[in-house]
Design a protein around this ligand. Sequence first.
Ligand code: XCC
Length: 631
Amino acid sequence: MMGDFKLTTVEEMEAATEKLLETGKKVGADGWQYRVKNQTPHCKFGETGICCKICSMGPCRITPKAPKGICGCDAHGIVARNYLKFTAGGSATHSDHGREICNTLYHAKPEGPYKVKDPEKLIRIAKEWGVETEGKDIYDLAHEVAILGLSEYGKVFGHQNFLKRAPQHTQEIWEREEIAPRAIDREVSCSLHMTHMGCSSKPEALIRQSLRSGLSDGWGGSMAGTEFSDVLFGTPKPVDTEANLGVMNKDNVNIVVHGHDPSLSEMICEYADDPEMIAYAKSKGAKGITVSGVCCTSNEVAMRRGIPMAGNFLQQENVVLTGACEAIVVDVQCIFPALGPLSKCFHTKFVTTSPIAQMPDSEFIRFHADTAAENAKAIVKMAIDNFENRNPDLVYIPDMKQKATVGYSVEAIVKTLDGVTNSQVDETGTTKPLIECITSGVIRGAVAMVGCNNPKIRPDYAHIELMKKLIANDIIVVASGCSAQAAAKAGLMDKEAKNLCGAGLKRVCELADIPPVLHMGSCVDISRMMILVSELAKDSGLNISQLPVVGCAPEWMSEKAVSIGNYVVATGIDTFLGVDPYVSGSDQVSKLLTEGLRDWVEAAYTVEKDIEKLVDLMIERIEEKRTAIGI
Ligand code: XCC
């Protein structure tokens, strides 16, 4: 019996967007849907990666008549150089986010606003890094570990600390292939050095560095971001929440948090919950305050606090178009500059808070760890004061939301799946019960669904359709970023979605009381997935590349996604993309990424724009891996 459970379809979401765009027309608002039309068709040189503008002799563009740039670089060198620059951009971005979290940890104090919420995890990391923990005050320890974390960025000698978490075999590959990242910042600098005019133009060298720069993100900056966010704000545990635009409440002051760094959103949530603030909101005619989120900052607060998710990347303009958003408060990354002018068409305050992401038509309230409490209070108050400026004639919140259970950190997954196998309950907290489910074939394998939306792909459609087919084939899905939000909006994180699974996965969902798509967090939290596969490999005695596990980013768009792709592949996991990373202009680079990498790191990319084919290729790959290990 499926009871009342019904997925929200992409068609229904599109109909809601259409209606919101109607409101937009009334007030003269722009939208990405219109801008895409103006930008299409895209420049073929850019799209295939054969435009070079790294020096001022150009720009040089490769054509049959002009097969080389002025310096003599051919299409392969140009494409590979652009690919490395793209990766370095993503790596820098994730890693700088991680640095900010280390900095927040450094500012943690017993009296707040930032406290240590998971001291056990802090102690675990400290021991792992060889720090004496005995008899030490937890805040002294936090400061010591924070400084060590920050030092990873400029480490003078050796490799990053977290690499030791990988299985021995993986570490040996990284050593052998000379892709073990050194200092986190060094890999980004080195990448930009290599792509400077007159340095590398050999695809192999540039792609090798792309892997190393990616690894410095996934096993360095992103991992620091995840781990120290857990220390500060708590390691996620399963929690119920809701997703899609219907989580906004027309009777309440609506504050939408958007971006990536939980240091800001955690404080906003804290103050929006303050009885004094709620009373103030009531004094202004509202019934209360609703905080909801967009993009990864939403994933962060959903995972830890159950804060509802208003939407993902391509839904960010929709929250303003509801006419019921008092403030959209952003920190860094994936924020449309369009939000400034759009907010001006409504009463919405567009509040930027980071020197890293400053935009026209926004109110800039500089957020700092030292003044976080007063900054957050000021923002919440500003939103409340803005409630009376709302134009009721423009308010339309689509009645569309789904229940979701989120919060599946590795710790939570291990704990939750512990009771699944009735043969033995593993008391030691290993991944063995999960391995048992996979070896017995109850679960065929796992897919890590990650990444963004991209107008090149019908938004959310690829995420949702792929996941539906995977779970129907008894493949469990772990998801993060905007992919996770697509799943939640559709209803795939409702435990009732077990009814869409094959018999094996359905049984596991019932026994463990989990949804078939597990929300593992934001995009920096793909580092959690790296830990999970490492543990699976260690506990099963297999190499990561032998596990029936693949990664997939069907609608990716950002530089960060390419950095992620590189570290996922370099960790030994085949990765499937639905959008080409601007490399089709070089058969050599394309071949290297889709085949050659396998000789280096035992995994490679598959790029397939046909979503049906993409999912079938993943299922095929998982079955091949099962056969290869004899299960
Ligand atoms: Fe951004 Fe992280 Fe992509 Fe979503 S998935 S569009 S990068 S928010 Ni990270």
